[in-house]
Design a protein around this ligand. Sequence first.
Ligand SMILES: Cc1cc2nc3c(=O)[nH]c(=O)nc-3n(C[C@H](O)[C@H](O)[C@H](O)COP(=O)(O)O)c2cc1C
Length: 294
Amino acid sequence: MNHKFKVDYEKCIKCGLCIENCSTRALAYDDYNSPKMDKPKNCMECQHCFAICPVGAISIMGKEAQNSSEIRQINPDDILNLIQSRRSIRKYKQENVSKETIQKLKDMLNYVPTGKNNHRLHFSFIEDIDVMNDFRGKVNTTIVNFFNKKPVKFLSEKFKKLEKMRNAILKGNDVIFRGAPHLVVACAPVNSSCPNQDGIIALSYFELYANSLNLGTCWCGYAYAVLKLFPEFCEYLQIPDGYQPIYVMLFGNKDIEYKRTTQPNPYSFLTIEKQDLNVDIFTKIKRFFLNIAR
Ligand SMILES: Cc1cc2nc3c(=O)[nH]c(=O)nc-3n(C[C@H](O)[C@H](O)[C@H](O)COP(=O)(O)O)c2cc1C
C-alpha cells in the first residue's frame, strides 16, 4: 500500500515543502531530491503534501490538483456575522429543502476534520418531509406508550421534565422535533479515537454552512436521548453496525426571521502567565478525578 502516491517529475521543483509538511514523516527525499513515499504505514491520508505543492506535481489516492478548489480569502466580518446571527430555529416551513441544497451540505461534510484523520463518519439524513413525519409519529407514539407503563410512570412523576414532555406530545406539540422537515444524525465508529469530538465538530460545521445557505437548524438533545433510550430508532435511521449516534441536528427552510444578533454575556477568559509546577498531591488527585468524570 503506497496510497497511490505519484509525483509528476516534469512539474516537481524539488522545494521539499511536501516532505517538511508531512506530520507523520511518511515522505522522504528520493535520490533526485523529489519526494517519495518512504513509510506508507505512517501516512494518514491527510493530503497535506497534495494541498501544499506549489506546482500541483503530487497526486495521492488518485486525487489530481486540477480538481481541487482554489483557496480564496474570506471576509472575517461575514464569518463573524454568520456566527453571531445563527439561532436555534423552532419554526420551519412544511416543505422539503431542495435536493441540490442538501447535496451541498453533504459535499461540505466530507471536509470536516476528524481525530487522526480517521475520516469514517456516517451521516443518516431524513430528506423527505413524509419520512420525517413518519419518524416523528413513531417516536412520539413510542414515548407516550413508554410513559404509560407503570414503573416508568412512577419515574416520570419523579422527573417532572419527562412527564411534561409526554403531556406536551399528548397535546400535539412537537416538543422533540420542533416541526422540522429534516434531520441529520452524525455517527462515528465506536473504535475511532475521538468519536464524540468528530461528530460534534461535523455538526458544528453543518450548522454554520446550513445557515449560510439561509436554512434554519437546531441541535436536538431530545432526539439524541430518544436514540439512546430506544435503539429501534437507530435501526430506523440505518445507523451502520459498529457506529454510535453522536448527535442529532434538525434543519429546514425557516419560517421565522430574526432582526438582530443577540448580546451574550461573556464567558470566562483567562490569559495564562508562566507558572511554577509545584502542585500538591491532593490537588493533583482532585484534578485527575475531575478530569475523568463523565
Ligand atoms: C448540545 C445542544 C443540545 C440542544 N438540544 C435542544 C433540544 O433538544 N431542543 C431544542 O429546542 N433546542 C436545543 N438546543 C438549543 C439550545 O436550547 C439553544 O442553543 C439555546 O437556547 C440558545 O439559543 P440559540 O442557539 O438561538 O443561541 C440545544 C443546543 C445544544 C448546543
